[in-house]
Design a protein around this ligand. Structure first.
Ligand code: FA5
Length: 341
């Protein structure tokens, strides 16, 4: 028994792993282990020796079990320490930055324009991209077969439905919704589609922002002041803008607004096609026919409207030389706008 005690204690204190301890336990301390086997030897002893022998075996068992428990605790502690050491994390190291996306530059500009108008009490309203000919043309004072339809080469779906060519389609829907009630003060952003040939400033799909105000005593001066304020908010005080007489079937009088070219500073280059100016919007006083078709009394109320090209504003604001950059999804281009969000 002394040998056994010596051997087991030595083996327990040398053991480093749970598996080694399990092994020792199986050999000595389990039901079929060596210590229990000693008990079975008791039956062969003379009766007077039995109590002393039994007491000795029990003492051995107790000592070994206590040593075993201690060893289990020691090995468990050591395993935890090993794990902590091998899996340690240096929380002071810089982390790898997750690759987060950015808002698209057109979204950034659209939101900036929206903020400008929301600050003046406008509501933001949207409409369908697949639109009825009725709202896109007829309610905009452009009847069937009118030559003004050729100004906007249209993607027709069938004779009744088309891809809207301008956000003026939302304007005519809004006028119908308000049904003669004033004031109307809305902006209407959205994608529009035209069979235009793509070049540095033209795309077959682009974004417009319609503006519409109808009420009493609304004049061309209100339109001019609103658009000058917008140009200053978008481009700063120093950029030059100009109002140029124009023609739209749904406004009278009509103007177009140009901003001095950001690439050549007005000298003329390929982006502005040599003119020194880039057109950003069409506008005017809402035509009386458009008002009365939607149920307004054109004798009593008046309104202004404008349709602005969001890509053109973004190009002028950020110095972008080609509209196609917005649609070719080059990540080097897109990620440059992180700082403007
Ligand atoms: C219109 O679409 C009118 N509905 C605007 C309007 C609204 C006038 C309300 C009066 C009252 P226009 O076709 O000129 O007009 O387009 C308006 C603006 O959209 C242009 O000034 C330009 O900034 C932009 N734009 C026009 N065509 C393209 C194109 N193919 N690619 C990118 N931007 C374009």
């Amino acid at each position: 028994m002394e040998h056994i005690q010596h051997d087991v204690l030595a083996a327990l204190s040398a053991a480093q792993t749970k598996a080694e301890l399990d092994d020792i336990h199986n050999r000595y301390l389990s039901k079929k282990g060596i210590v229990n086997a000693l008990m079975t030897q008791m039956k062969d002893l003379p009766p007077e020796e039995k109590p002393a022998f039994g007491a000795k075996v029990n003492a051995l068992k107790k000592t070994l079990e206590a040593a075993y428990d201690e060893a289990v605790e020691r090995v468990a502690q050591a395993e935890i320490l090993n794990k902590l050491a091998s899996e340690s994390i240096d929380v002071t190291l810089p982390s790898t930055k997750p690759d987060v996306g950015t808002l698209h530059p057109l979204t950034i500009v659209q939101q900036a324009i929206e903020r400008y108008f929301i600050g003046m009490g406008y509501l933001v309203k949207e409409g369908p991209e697949v639109e009825r000919d009725f709202y896109n043309f007829e309610r905009a004072n452009i009847p069937q077969d009118h030559p003004a339809r050729d100004m906007q080469d249209t993607f027709y779906i069938n004779t009744e439905w088309l891809l809207r060519t301008h956000t003026t389609a939302i304007q005519t829907r809004m006028l119908e919704d308000y049904a003669g009630a004033t004031p109307v003060k809305v902006i209407c952003p959205g994608k529009v589609y035209r069979k235009d040939d793509d070049d540095a400033t033209h795309s077959h799909q682009f974004t417009q922002m319609e503006g519409l105000v109808v009420g009493h005593n609304i004049s061309m001066a209100d339109l001019k002041g609103t658009l000058e304020g917008l140009a200053k908010a978008m481009f700063g005080e120093s950029r030059v803008i100009r109002f140029r007489p124009s023609y739209f079937q749904f406004t009278e009088p009509s103007v177009e607004v140009d901003v001095s070219c950001h690439i050549c500073n007005g000298k003329g280059c390929s982006t502005c096609k040599g003119t020194g100016w880039i057109e950003i919007l069409g506008a005017g006083m809402v035509h009386p026919n458009v008002l009365s078709m939607a149920g307004f009394d054109a004798e009593k109320v008046s309104g202004f409207a404008f349709g602005l090209g969001v890509e053109r504003v973004a190009m002028l604001k950020y110095g972008i030389d080609d509209i196609r950059h917005f649609y070719t999804n080059d990540l080097r281009f897109l990620s440059a706008f992180k700082r403007f969000e």
